[in-house]
Design a protein. Structure first.
Length: 202
């Protein structure tokens, strides 16, 4: 990673650049935020109108913890990943991660690659004590991504999340502690060989 990118708060992987959203990314953002199959699985409300899309896009641009996943070979954003408040913990220096990936890029290993960079940033740059993540029960695609990146399953919160449409889900929770990360940081790296991710799940 170049010094300039580091100063900008950008993260880099073999295939991806994680950076802040820019005004020219609007159409790419809508391709993610306007897809119900992508958004509903993360608990978010899809943008069904241009006005809703604009509101979500400007919120993402203002959020310094929200990154566009940009494929370096094309320069196109294909997903969104962000640090957010860890609502499960009290008075602990912790963060959680949420993400969405454009559906036509599923199965290429992009999300484990991005998530691995976020794990490294959380502990090495931000100094968190705990990094958390979760998925709805039955979302096996997200489960495989999370497990591949080394998160330890904590358990399931029954009826842990009520989505905007009223549907209630059990929430499966995972974490990595600072001690776990620094004892074996290599466990949280996802290899990328021949320009492709090593899994087929995200």
């Amino acid at each position: 990673m170049t010094l300039l990118r580091k100063l900008r708060g950008e993260l880099e992987t073999p295939r991806l650049l994680l950076r802040r959203w820019k005004p020219l990314d609007y159409e790419a953002f809508l391709a993610i935020a306007g897809d119900p199959q992508v958004m509903l699985s993360s608990g978010a409300k899809p943008a069904m109108t241009l006005q809703e899309g604009e509101v979500q896009f400007h919120r993402a641009m203002r959020d310094e913890n929200c990154y566009a996943l940009v494929v370096k070979a094309t320069g196109q954003p294909i997903g969104k990943i962000k640090f957010q408040k860890d609502l499960r913990r009290f008075r602990v220096n912790s963060l959680s991660i949420g993400y969405e990936l454009r559906r036509d890029h599923w199965g290429r290993g992009y999300m484990p690659e991005a998530l691995s960079a976020m794990i490294r940033c959380a502990f090495e740059d931000r100094g968190v004590e705990v990094l958390a993540i979760s998925h709805f029960a039955g979302n096996d695609r997200s489960r495989r991504v999370i497990e591949k990146c080394g998160f330890r399953r904590e358990g399931t919160i029954l009826r842990g999340f009520r989505r905007f449409d009223g549907e209630v889900f059990d929430d499966v929770c995972y974490s990595i502690t600072r001690e776990e990360y620094f004892a074996h940081p290599e466990r949280y790296e996802v290899p990328v060989r021949n320009g492709k991710g090593t899994d087929s799940n995200g």
